[in-house]
Design a protein around this ligand. Structure first.
Ligand code: DX5
Ligand code: ZN
Length: 229
């Protein structure tokens, strides 16, 4: 059921690309709440990653919750394929096309949860009319396309605005990009509950040293919980 407890969602964009099954099992064993899958098309963002068959291959390894972040345009023609691949949540960007309302309806029509994402240059107000169609707002704190970028601090104020706009609705607020123990605190204080982290989770670890993933996840979670007090 819906709650605003802190969730850490490691992005497998920072995993070993020759070893996804073992990487997913390792991060879950070490405390990941969700598994975040970054889908890129070389058009909406300047990078290419996972088609539906890759996501379907990840699915049996994910025991928690598979959170699929679509950085693709157009998005509507691929929704069904990513739903069939086994996503639990499908997030589309408000900038990816002129009809985000239709896109969110199409995601919900597959029976999956629907997220909407905002790039750093897109104002919170752009989603004010579609909140009732969403289960999550993803506030990007880097320009999407690559892991390991520097956190853009204007995301904090945007989270605060989105949190106010949401009111009592059961909608998660996720932040993605440059999240680590030093940046997570103000985001929690502003109202975010779900944190994507790629480099901050995978750095220093491997499937042979999974305890490092555990230390990294705990460090983010502890910094987050400290901000709640
Ligand atoms: C960026 C992706 C992110 C990325 C985060 O386009 O959406 O999920 O992997 O990576 P870090 O945590 O390294 O900034
Ligand atoms: Zn992402």
């Amino acid at each position: 059921m819906f709650d605003r407890s802190i969730k850490i969602a490691p992005s497998i964009l920072s995993a070993d690309f020759a070893n996804f099954g073992a990487e997913i099992r390792a991060i879950e064993a070490e405390g990941a709440d969700w598994v975040h899958v970054d889908v890129m098309d070389g058009h909406f963002v300047p990078n290419l990653t996972f088609g539906p068959p890759a996501v379907a291959a990840f699915r049996p390894h994910v025991k928690t919750f598979m959170d699929v972040h679509l950085m693709i345009a157009p998005v509507d023609p691929y929704i069904e394929a990513y739903a069939k691949a086994g996503a639990d949540m499908i997030t589309a960007h408000v900038e990816a096309g002129p009809h985000i309302h239709r896109t969110l309806q199409a995601i919900r029509a597959t029976g999956k949860m629907a997220g909407v994402s905002l790039n750093p240059g897109t104002p919170a107000e752009s989603i004010s009319d579609i909140l009732d169609l969403t289960d999550m707002v993803l506030v990007m704190s880097v320009n999407p396309g690559f892991g390991g970028q520097k956190f853009i601090p204007t995301a904090i104020e945007k989270v605060r605005k989105v949190r106010q706009m949401i009111g009592d609705r059961p909608i998660h607020i996720q932040v993605d990009g440059g999240v680590d123990p030093t940046t997570v605190g103000p985001l929690v204080a502003a109202g975010a509950d779900c944190f994507v982290a790629g480099s901050a989770v995978f750095k220093g670890g491997s499937v042979d040293k999974p305890e490092v993933y555990g230390q990294n996840i705990r460090a983010i979670r502890e910094a987050a919980l400290k901000a709640i007090g």
